[in-house]
Design a binder for this molecule. Structure first.
Ligand code: DGJ
Length: 768
């Protein structure tokens, strides 16, 4: 709800309040962001004012001594009038003047605000506050929208050049949030290829900390999202942008904390001509007095409802992807065999990955030549799709439309479409160059090429890849110093056009895994290929990090082969499934080479996933701290059903009995049972003879034959417990295997093994 009285603006959600005002000097002053204020005090209760000028400090004007902008919490900040913190905006006008001073002009409420070719959450009501700078003749509009139930506030800014000269935007962040410094701990996601989104915390102290990307994409180095926790609550922000971003955190000598978030000002100089407007990307803000889990799920609920396209807010298919199964080495026969087996096991969509086009037999050629590979698919893509559909699977296609191989027909025809400097050998990544999406001709080429594929063939899913960072940044045209920004805006025009034309096609965004896993992409592409790392042990940290901001419905996770292609680590099939199930499940291994054991187990996994698909894709996710295990829980929206995963990294010899606390269930009695899981008897080595009634020689023909077929049932567990017990005392787990004996009371949980527990509330019987 947006309440305005006496130039005090109160944005209130169910549990939060955001308060600012037009102050006595006509600046927009931030007053408060935190737990909901039921009754508003007089404005003086929130204002901090010094009685005198502080030593060398500067006052705003001679008649405002003691009003020093460096000590005021602002909604929008600039440089040059005594605020020495990093500003939200830094603009250069005529004669090199770089001082601006925006003061309040007007405000009004607008409805259903959208901007073409730009991701913005779907909103009904928006507060627009207009400020004006008399020095350079600029208008600044600040936009605020409120999502009451989800406790979300969104913000962005627009700068309009009202002067008769060009101005240059040196810095145009989306948001300025000035808070009181309270020893906030910053939670951020850092990483690299195959180890994306690792959660790190950092204690803010005096000075400035910057997290950013200069790679042309939001990148795996840092994600454009963070949380700030103090002893009162926790504030989070996500930027809806896919290019170079920058988040700054500055603590002043007088204990104010300024946060800015937006487009990276590094390598960005945008010329704003007269009468034109620059629109900054949107920032999603949320606050919780509870904890990280609560804040994360506020973001999830908001993204699922107001960011993800409406038509994709539903169950997502179980995919079989051929990449780790075949890499570039496939043909129609092989794909049909994979499809038949995948269908038999219960999978729903085959995604044909890299290598189906041009003459691409490895990664050195053909990007840009999006016609079927004549040798691999001799009868054409259409024939293949017809056969896949006849088997009963939907068809999906991998494509990397933003790239160009030097060894391609497209490059021969249009070398000027690749990003490269005149007379300079370009830097290279994965043997490819990047197309200059800042050029309209390139945008049109991509739009028409992908559209043609989608019109010609029955394709219901696209995996949109992007496998290298940008270099040699340059584009011919009016704004060569804002190339990274223009690239991203070109990308948005392309994907907005495509997803509008082909609304039922499900797009999954990928950038060597999670190198561009941001809300800008999610607005168009509801799923993200979380990481190229399919090892479940590594995936724990990656998926946990992603879950701090992005919903499970966005996380695409695949069960890959026993030995990880990224880690060389061997993990059990059941664990690969258990971890991948928390999100959108897929498989990425050669299903034609499975043993009967694997086939039977996978078929059971898929049946189980289908039963609980909504819970896994749209549930309320919680990471439950535990001294020994990784414990995850996902709850339904009424919290009377949950699935809990207990994951063992490394066994402790002779361990104690463990308990798992499950805190969010509603009051009542619950059944707790294990998912039926199976061991391959190879897991037991020579101990197999202790567990089986017959004697087997390890590695003998009989041993191998049994191992490939026999489903050794893991310990099962079925109890009834009160939610209060589960919450406060915890669920007592069975005795872990300790080498002194084995029977059905023992729960073997060797390294990298895991177990799922299903909790269901028992309906109370009405005696009347
Ligand atoms: C990188 C992706 O992340 C992989 O899943 C795969 O699609 C390859 N690219 C194909 O080149």
């Amino acid at each position: 709800m947006i309440k305005i009285s006496d130039k005090v603006f109160h944005l209130s959600t169910e549990t939060t309040s955001y308060l600012f005002c037009v102050n006595e000097h006509n600046h927009l002053e931030h007053l408060y962001y935190g737990e909901h204020l039921d009754v508003l005090d007089n404005i003086d209760a929130y204002l901090e004012r010094y009685a005198f000028e502080l030593g060398s400090a500067t006052s705003y004007r001679a008649d405002t001594r003691g009003y020093m902008l460096n000590h005021v919490k602002l909604e929008a900040s600039t440089y040059g009038k005594g605020d020495y913190r990093l500003p939200m905006l830094h603009i250069e006008g005529k004669d090199g003047i770089r001082t601006t001073d925006f003061t309040y002009k007007s405000h009004h409420i607008i409805t259903n605000y959208t901007v073409k070719n730009m991701p913005l959450s779907r909103k009904e009501e928006t507060l627009k506050v207009i400020l004006y700078d008399d020095i350079l003749d600029l208008e600044l509009a600040l936009y605020y929208s409120v999502f009451t139930r989800e406790n979300i506030i969104t913000r962005h800014a627009e700068i309009r050049n009202c002067s008769s000269d060009d101005v240059v935007l040196d810095r145009a962040s989306s948001i300025n949030l000035d808070l009181l410094y309270n020893k906030q701990v910053l939670t951020k996601l850092d990483g690299a290829w195959i180890r994306e989104k690792h959660k790190n915390t950092y204690q803010l102290t005096k000075g400035t900390l910057v997290i950013d990307s200069k790679k042309g994409v939001s990148s795996a180095d840092h994600n454009p999202a963070f949380m700030l926790q103090d002893d009162v609550g926790i504030t989070g922000m996500i930027l809806m942008y896919s290019g170079n971003f920058e988040a700054t955190f500055e603590v002043t000598p007088h204990d104010l904390l300024r946060v800015t978030l937006g487009i990276n000002h590094f390598d960005f100089r945008y010329t704003l001509s007269k009468d034109s407007t620059f629109i900054t990307p949107e920032v999603i803000l949320s606050y919780s007095v509870k904890d990280e889990t609560h804040l994360a799920n506020q973001f999830h609920q908001f993204i699922n409802a107001y960011v993800i396209p409406k038509q994709h807010q539903k169950a997502r298919p179980i995919i079989i992807n051929n990449w780790e199964a075949t890499y570039f080495d496939f043909n129609e026969k092989k794909l049909i065999a994979i499809a038949k087996k995948a269908k038999k096991l219960g999978m729903e969509l085959l995604c044909l990955d890299d290598g189906w086009f041009g003459h691409r037999d490895d990664d050195t050629s053909s990007l840009g030549d999006w016609q079927t590979h004549p040798k691999k698919l001799k009868k054409g893509l259409g024939k293949l799709i017809t056969k896949i559909n006849a088997i009963g699977l939907e068809f999906g296609l991998w494509i990397e439309p933003e790239m160009i191989s030097i060894n391609s027909e497209l490059y021969i025809a249009h070398p000027e479409w690749a990003i490269q400097l005149p007379d300079t050998v370009p830097s290279i990544g994965r043997n490819q160059l990047v197309l200059d999406l800042a050029q309209q001709a390139v945008q049109d080429f991509i739009i028409e090429t992908v559209s043609e594929l989608l019109k010609t063939y029955n394709i219901t899913y696209i995996k949109w890849d992007h496998n290298r960072n940008l270099t040699d940044s340059y584009t011919p045209g009016d704004n060569p110093y804002a190339h990274h920004y223009l690239y991203t805006m070109g990308l948005y025009r392309i994907i907005e056009t495509l997803t509008t034309r082909h609304q039922d096609v499900l797009f999954e965004s990928c950038a060597s895994g999670g190198n561009r896993a941001d809300l800008g992409m999610m607005y168009y592409m509801p799923q993200t290929w979380t990481s190229d790392n399919t090892d479940p042990d590594e995936r724990l940290l990656i998926q946990e990090g992603a879950s701090l901001f992005y919903p499970l419905s966005n996380m695409s996770n695949h069960v890959a082969s026993e030995v990880s292609h990224q880690m060389f680590r061997k993990t059990p099939l059941e664990t690969r499934f258990n971890v991948a199930a928390f999100g959108v499940l897929g498989y990425e291994l050669d299903v034609t080479k499975l043993t009967p054991f694997d086939e039977k187990v996978i078929a059971k996994q898929i049946l189980f996933y289908k039963t609980y698909r909504t819970l896994f894709q749209y549930g309320y996710f919680q990471i439950i701290p535990h001294p020994k295990y990784h414990v995850w829980a996902v709850y339904n929206d009424t919290f009377d059903q949950a699935i809990v995963m207990v994951y063992q990294h490394h066994m402790t010899p002779n361990p104690r009995i463990e308990r798992i606390k499950i805190p969010l269930l509603t009051k009542g009695s619950y059944t707790v049972e294990t998912r039926e899981q199976f061991f391959n008897i190879r897991a037991f080595g020579s101990l197999v003879n202790e567990a089986l009634p017959i004697s087997l020689k390890v590695h003998s023909w009989l041993y191998n034959t049994i191992a490939n077929r026999y489903l050794f049932k893991a310990n099962t567990f079925n109890v009834t417990r009160q939610s209060t017990t589960l919450k406060h005392h915890g669920l007592i787990l069975p005795h872990e295997f300790t080498s002194t004996g084995y029977n059905d009371q023992v729960m073997p949980l060797p390294d990298y093994n895991s177990q799922l527990f299903i909790l269901k509330k028992i309906k109370e019987i009405d005696n009347d």
